[in-house]
Design a protein around this ligand. Sequence first.
Ligand code: GLP
Length: 258
Amino acid sequence: MEVIIKPNPEEVSREAAGLFRRQLRRKPDSVLGLATGSTPVELYRKLVAMVRCGEVSFAHATCFNLDEYAGLPADHPRSYACFMREHLFSHIRVAQWFIPDGLAKDVATHCEEYEYRIRDCGGIDLQLLGIGSDGHIGFNEPGSSLASRTRIKTLTARTVADNARFFDSAEAVPRHVITMGVGTIMEARHCLVLATGESKAAAVAAMVEGPVTASVPASALQMHPVCTLVVDEAAAKLLQRTEYYRWVYDNKPSWQRP
Ligand code: GLP
């Protein structure tokens, strides 16, 4: 895993935007996996700006979102579908975009179809991820099988509390979600994880330097062949090998830079 430590959240987003630009320039019809939460908001703002000035285009790209709240319609203001429209898709042209349907009647079949669609599009080239304070990726809470596929999950009380800030109260946060599994995420060709702020420091340390365990689903990424983690100083605070991560980055060959 490559660990890139940036001074602040702005620089984290800039680095991530550079990786998206490189991906889309190399392969305009890339299949991109996208994430929600507060962490990628600035990245999406930068991508919209890049599209507007012609630096990059999503016009031939296909996007798949990681997850959605079960029970929320796509036009609900707190749905992830709405989040993605607000921050990205109402501002840019994209060839295709998919997100799990929070109102799917037959959830199991819907999840199977989601997986099928990802495969049918050729698999995900670049998967963007945030990390929950309990080490979840997508909505794969601690204890999720590291081989899991897209399915329904029940949120932990901690994630409900973390995400309550987007709702009127914790009671309003749905308890169930549909999420790509850890196994689904692991099949992406390149995983890009962003984490900022001190509240993520413990999860980041467990993900990078702890044991690979279903108790920290993000730790599965230690087994991923091409994973980039971009963190700010605050989120890197509990990492042990920061000197080496900085050394690797400073000595990175120019052809490997975005
Ligand atoms: C939610 C999302 C995750 C995201 C996490 C962290 O649980 N399902 O994909 O990584 O929140 O969100 P934030 O970036 O707001 O800290």
